[in-house]
Design a protein around this ligand. Sequence first.
Ligand code: FES
Ligand code: FE2
Length: 291
Amino acid sequence: MLWRDENGKVNCISDKCCHRGASLSCGKIVAGKVECPFHGFQFGGDGKVKLIPANGKNASIPETQQVKAYETYEKYGLIWMWWGDADKKTEKPFFFDELADMSYSTFIDSWNSHYSRCIENQLDVIHLPFVHKTTIGAGNKTLVNGPVVVLKDELMTFYVDNMLDDGKTTPLKPDEIPDFENLFHLQFHYPNIWQNFISDKMRIFAAFVPVDEENTLIYLRNYQKFIRIPILKGIVNYLMKLSNIVILRQDKRVVVGQIPKKTEVKMDERLIMSDKPIIEYRKHRQELIDK
Ligand code: FES
Ligand SMILES: [Fe+2]
């Protein structure tokens, strides 16, 4: 569970009380500490019990009375937590820094899908004319050249070139596309953030937050810096948010039905050339897991 202490610092500790397993997030915050709803044990941000009411304020508290605490980092209106091994921790989480001077509005949606399916949906360049026929996929550009995928460390950039199918054209393979850098592109950074380059002054951003093996929260933001007048900026950000909601709900309808919920490098799916960003995502995700 997450909360802010009296200094505004974000703390994150396991949600399971070490006493008898109650959910700490059902408790309350008392003077910057979390009080378990069952027997009132109080926890600090370090995960240690600071008070056992039944033993009295005077009693010493054994070291075993503690839950796991996770390090947090807060910036850009987001909170990260370090879930992995302590010796593998990176200094600070990655963010697309060029977004820092843009304004944004956020839409949060809960999907009954594993995070891998949610991420892969945003790497999918062939679903647009079907899922988004009435919005961003209008125009029936079903034929897909490439796409070209460039992976540099943990940053994946993929270049999109969709076109109308005249019945005579064979799509180009990724290595047959000249000047692919000039094409429309999107980026994904492991483990879980993505952006769509609409223009230098406008982006769509998503953070995929795993809840459990079958549920994910998607934080979708539109960023822009072409309008800076306060009221107008608010209106534009709000309108962009509405359009994002419509588009994301078109995706959700299909993705929550995908089986199995979680994807793997080797699984019973027959992928095609234009699934390249998804193939590369699965491969590198597995490499990172195995590291
Ligand atoms: S279960 Fe939390 S104090 Fe008893
Ligand atoms: Fe989509």
